[in-house]
Design a protein around this ligand. Structure first.
Ligand code: B12
Ligand code: SF4
Length: 499
């Protein structure tokens, strides 16, 4: 059978598409896990963000797929609905399958769309079995983790098969990704081709804003190192020079992470640049040995889940435990500064993941976090709390009547869709936007040092993107920042029309 897998084109403020275009790891993993007789094409639509309709139309005509699968996050739901309509119009009999975080956590939203199947949570084995069932014409009754539409004269109904438990990853049932399936080109992280690798799945924490616990429960499973190293080699052989480890929480097992760094060095794969997401507590508590190893293995940017520097907000976000430093078995305060220090001493850059706009936040508490970011992080990744389906935080915001927008396309993390008890949503977003633009500019010299060619060619675009909404008048101080912010928001609204 011919299968076309699509990831959505929607991007958000911290991922300007002229500088950052990452592959979706789920799709190549699915492609690697269907039976070999099928012809699979993977298209990451971020690569053609302004030609989505033409590209999907061309691919559907050229490939003539029997199955089309879409990978969807919540803020991409509206775009997904439009693409589903487009595909259905082009090929009415095609089987449409949706998967990823949004279909898994809000399946009811997809029952109203013209979708045939919905894969909940991990997809490789469920999708493999589904494709077999479609090919052989057998029923989908026994496929765990699958929901499907039953069409009948009396109207449609949906069947939800029992859940599929998370895979343990230790055997080879989940086969490696198939990168040859990609049919579009142009992945980049500031001029260097980037690819994504998984070494583990899951997390045992339960931060109130994170979708992962509802998605797969609290657990942590790991791939064997030989598979991980082979995957990195495969990414490199496909042209990658930068690798993003997309594990939910790789620092849950620090000893394993250290061993992984050693394995990367021993395999000679440390000439590549690595990006990773990490907990501050793990870096602070083990930085003495871990940070130098990470540096030697090629780690360059570390996304630190700082979340907030104020204890009250950390409580609300349920993120206090992962930000706590421990000495001699005792909690000794916030781990953030120590973690940052270890990373900086080992020539790594800190991408500061902060969340501002929790219910109790005031102007002062937000400013304290912004000031912290200005002083200590190299690249700000500041977001607003966003009520994604079924997270504990969503319930709290709803109960308190603080959700100000139900337009899901705005749920991209940098559009404030909730207010605090003290500040309107727009004010929270304004404060973050105003501060963050200048923080990004401060990091440009480090980017020039590493990738001068990219900055020479693309630098002005990065600058224009960061300061979109500004004008000559605003640069001369003849226009208020609020006016520029309003223009920026209007531009952002237009940008969200991808199809
Ligand atoms: C890596 C990552 C990123 C990376 C890379 C994204 C990329 N191109 O792949 C970066 C840093 C760029 C990123 C950015 C964002 N991310 Co992100 N990201 C993740 C993370 C950590 C891992 C995702 C991953 O690759 N997993 C590995 C793959 C193999 O697993 P998977 O995606 O779950 O796919 C499996 C199943 O879902 C399913 N599946 C998925 N798609 C499909 C499709 C079909 C047809 C089928 C059958 C099955 C299927 O099968 C797959 C294999 O088992 C997750 C989870 C987490 N703990 O935080 C968040 C997560 C997905 N991100 C999230 C969000 C919100 C964002 C942002 C909007 C804002 C932000 N928080 O940074 C931006 C927007 C990105 C953009 N498009 O501009 C949310 C999504 C919430 C939601 N309900 O939609 C998550 C869950 C984190 C959270 N806050 O809880 N992200
Ligand atoms: S530590 Fe990270 S992955 Fe784990 S629950 Fe918190 S935000 Fe999610």
């Amino acid at each position: 059978m011919h299968i076309l897998l699509l990831s959505m084109p929607d991007s958000f403020e911290h991922m300007p598409p002229h500088a950052i275009r990452m592959p979706n790891g789920a799709l190549t993993s699915l492609a690697g896990n269907v039976d070999p007789q099928h012809r699979v094409a993977v298209a990451d639509l971020i690569l053609v963000q302004r030609q989505v309709r033409e590209t999907v139309t061309r691919l559907v005509r050229e490939l003539d797929p029997e199955v089309v699968g879409l990978s969807i996050m919540t803020f991409q739901r509206r775009t997904a609905a439009r693409i589903i309509e487009l595909v259905r119009g082009l090929r009415p009999g095609v089987k449409i399958v949706v998967g990823g975080y949004d279909p898994s956590l809000a399946p009811e939203a997809y029952q109203e769309m013209d979708v045939d199947y919905l894969v909940r949570s991990e997809g490789e084995v469920t999708f493999r079995e589904l494709v077999r069932a479609i090919e052989s014409g057998s029923g989908a009754e026994g496929i765990r983790g699958l929901s499907y539409r039953c069409r009948s004269r009396n109207g449609d109904s949906w069947v939800h098969n029992p859940d599929r438990p998370p895979h343990r990853l230790e055997d080879s049932e989940i086969r490696p990704p198939n990168r040859d399936a990609r049919v579009l080109k142009g992945y980049t992280l500031m001029g260097r081709q980037i690819d994504v690798i998984e070494t583990s799945r899951g997390c045992t924490y339960d931060c109130s804003f994170c979708s992962i616990i509802e998605m797969r429960g609290r657990n942590f499973h790991t791939y064997p190192f030989d598979r991980v190293l082979a995957d990195i080699r495969d990414a490199r052989d496909h042209g990658a020079r930068t690798i993003f480890l997309v594990d939910d929480n790789i620092t849950l097992n620090v000893r394993r992470f250290e061993a992984l760094c050693e394995a990367i060095i021993a395999a000679g794969l440390n000439k590549l640049d690595y990006f990773v997401q990490a907990m501050t507590s793990a870096i602070a508590n083990h930085g003495e040995t871990l940070a130098p190893l990470m540096r030697r293995a090629g780690f360059r940017y570390v996304f630190l889940g700082i979340e907030n520097i104020l204890e009250g907000d950390l409580e609300f976000l349920r993120a206090a435990a992962k930000n706590t430093e421990r000495t001699n078995g005792h909690n000794t305060g916030n781990a953030t500064l120590k973690a940052i220090d270890y990373l900086h001493r080992n020539q790594m850059y800190v991408v500061g993941g902060l969340i501002v706009g929790s219910p109790g936040d005031t102007r002062e508490s937000i400013e304290a976090n912004l000031e912290f970011a200005r002083r200590y992080v190299d690249w700000p990744y500041i977001q607003h709390p966003t009520p994604y389906p079924r997270t504990p935080m969503t319930k709290e915001f709803r109960d308190q009547g603080l959700i100000m927008s139900e337009r899901l396309e705005e749920y991209d993390g940098t559009t404030a869709v909730v207010r605090t008890e003290h500040l309107p949503a727009e004010e929270v977003e304004f404060m973050r936007w105003r501060a963050e633009r200048w923080m990004k500019i401060h990091h440009i010299p480090a980017v020039i040092k590493h990738d001068p060619g990219f900055v020479l060619i693309q630098g002005w675009k990065m600058f224009a993107h960061t300061f979109r909404g500004s004008s000559v008048r605003s640069a001369l101080g003849l226009e208020s920042e609020k006016k520029v912010f309003d223009r920026y928001r209007a531009i952002r609204r237009q940008e969200r029309e991808y199809v």
